[in-house]
Ligand binder design. Structure first.
Ligand SMILES: [Zn+2]
Length: 236
């Protein structure tokens, strides 16, 4: 009996340690991502570190390819996506390792009804919830941003979806409610839409969520156009 209790104890501790490890790795990715964003790390070093870290939190189960998303803005659907038929997306020349200096727009801007630019939805008179499109693990985020900052993402969140081996990115939030290492469930509120970020803060920019999706190619994030997935996503 005592042996069984001991065994259960050891098992419990090892699961707890594992969760701690995952949190620690996510915090390391977060630190690395901050360095990449700020351009304070050499590209080859950043690439090497990113690969090493992501491999440690990758689950080696077969990747699920058939799945559907929840639309990342509560109460909104794909007609809120900027451009025509998803042409707001352009990844030519983009490189994750360029950080804040990256070119192109490997993303969709999803606009809310906010004519007076106060971050409050003109229809509901409430902030708009940003929802995670699928279950995942928060690998990086920033809850700090000042209007004088030249950082473009503002208050942002990066989520790794282990089951599909993809990453999603949510930028310009007014407030975020997660931290690196948090496990999130599909449709969970992770933030509220805002105007944080160098360009998003300017008057000429209507209030929106900047949303991106990335495959991991050779363990580095490579953007892809998620327009069809967003079109088919379920509105909460
Ligand atoms: Zn954008």
């Amino acid at each position: 009996m005592q042996k069984i209790i001991l065994l259960i104890g050891i098992l419990f501790i090892s699961i707890a340690v594992n969760a701690q490890d995952i949190k620690a790795i996510c915090n390391q990715i977060n630190d690395l991502n901050t360095q990449v964003t700020n351009g304070t790390i050499k590209r080859p070093d950043a690439a090497k570190q990113f690969k090493t870290l992501i491999e440690q939190i990758r689950n080696n189960k077969p990747v699920l390819t058939a799945y559907s998303w929840v639309f990342p803005l509560k109460g909104y659907k794909s007609n809120a996506i900027g451009g025509t038929n998803g042409n707001g997306y352009s990844d030519k020349g983009y490189n994750y390792l360029d950080g804040n200096k990256h070119t192109a727009h490997p993303a969709h801007d999803i606009f809310i009804n906010d004519r007076n630019q106060d971050d409050i939805d003109d229809r509901t008179h409430k902030p708009v919830d940003v929802l995670t499109v699928d279950d995942g693990l928060v690998i990086a985020c920033s809850n700090e941003w000042e209007p004088a900052s030249n950082l473009r993402g503002g208050k942002y969140i990066w989520i790794y979806h282990q089951q599909h081996d993809i990453i999603t990115y949510y930028a310009h939030n007014q407030a975020i409610f997660v931290k690196p290492g948090d496990e999130v469930k599909q449709g969970q509120k992770i933030a509220e839409v805002g105007r944080t970020g160098y360009n998003a803060y300017k008057k000429r920019s209507p209030t929106h969520l900047h949303f991106s999706a990335f495959h991991l190619v050779n363990d580095l994030p490579i953007p892809y156009n998620p327009y069809q997935q967003l079109k088919k996503a379920k509105t909460l």
